[in-house]
Design a binder for this molecule. Structure first.
Ligand SMILES: [Zn+2]
Ligand SMILES: [Zn+2]
Length: 275
């Protein structure tokens, strides 16, 4: 089997005050320390025997990953089902009400607010992900099993997310968006037309924030999916509208200490720079 040689060059450089400090991760470091998701036959392996050396460390065969996956309970599944259906219903209702109230002279405010909604979702994804990766353990009551478990499982078996169905992938994130979408639906039904027009920037901000918070784990799943992605998802990834695959792989280099934002990943570079 032909093995491609891998050049070692910095994929990212931290620059402070015009001074080049150090490469964050070289392509070689990323290859050596993360799981081969796009290359199951290891054609891009660094040297013969590399796959044999690394194979037991990650993936579905990892004992820790198997134990964590077994903690997924029927009660958790029921909670996710309720959250996904409630959230989708609210998304549809709010979207129809936004279209009904959208005025051409508000387009600029709508787009700027929506953009900041997406930025906030990306920041939130990084903050929650950082906290879940670094704080507590899965032995903590309620939080450990239901909230921290998927994050810990994901590091041991990054491709497990690609085997989760839509409900398991998105249940928790859809739950977080329900209060925001519910608040918007309540406002549309209780406020006057002029009050809604006045608050339209805030409404657009909250709506896009809710949509991107809800979609974060689906976008994250796509960043680990190397086969069968729809063309429009590949297009959004290639233009970095959503989290690109190569960009997210930097987080999957042990000890998983950087690039925590997983919605669009837009804030990873500035947050790394100011760390
Ligand atoms: Zn992580
Ligand atoms: Zn990941």
């Amino acid at each position: 089997m032909k093995r491609e040689s891998v050049k070692s060059f910095p994929s990212f450089v931290i620059v402070r005050g015009g001074t080049q400090i150090m490469p964050l991760k070289s392509d070689r470091e990323i290859l050596e320390n993360s799981m081969h998701e796009d290359d199951p036959n290891c054609n891009s392996s660094l040297e013969p025997g590399f796959i044999e050396k690394t194979a037991p460390r990650w993936g579905p065969q990892n004992k820790g990953a198997q134990e964590l996956a077994n903690l997924y309970s029927p009660g958790k599944r029921a909670q996710e089902l309720i959250c996904v259906y409630t959230c989708i219903a609210l998304m549809i209702i709010d979207f129809i009400l936004i279209l009904k109230h959208l005025r051409f002279d508000r387009i600029c405010v709508t787009f700027v607010s929506a953009f900041f909604g997406i930025i906030t979702a990306d920041f939130g994804s990084g903050l929650v992900h950082w906290a879940a990766d670094t704080w507590g353990s899965i032995d903590l009551p309620i939080l450990g099993k239901h909230f921290l478990r998927p994050f810990r499982e994901h590091h041991l078996d990054p491709t497990s997310i690609t085997r989760h169905d839509f409900i398991e992938t998105n249940g928790d994130n859809f739950m977080v968006s329900i209060p925001m979408l519910g608040y918007l639906a309540y406002n549309f039904n209780t406020k006057s037309y002029s009050d809604i027009q006045q608050d339209f920037g805030w409404i657009s901000y909250l709506f896009l924030l809710s949509i991107f918070v809800a979609m974060t784990n689906q976008i994250h799943k796509w960043s680990h999916t190397y086969w069968g992605l729809p063309k429009w998802v590949l297009l959004l990834q290639s233009y970095h509208v959503i989290l690109p695959r190569k960009h997210h792989r930097i987080h999957h280099v042990a000890p998983h200490e950087t690039y925590f934002c997983i919605t669009t990943g837009w804030l990873n570079w500035p947050l790394e720079k100011f760390r």
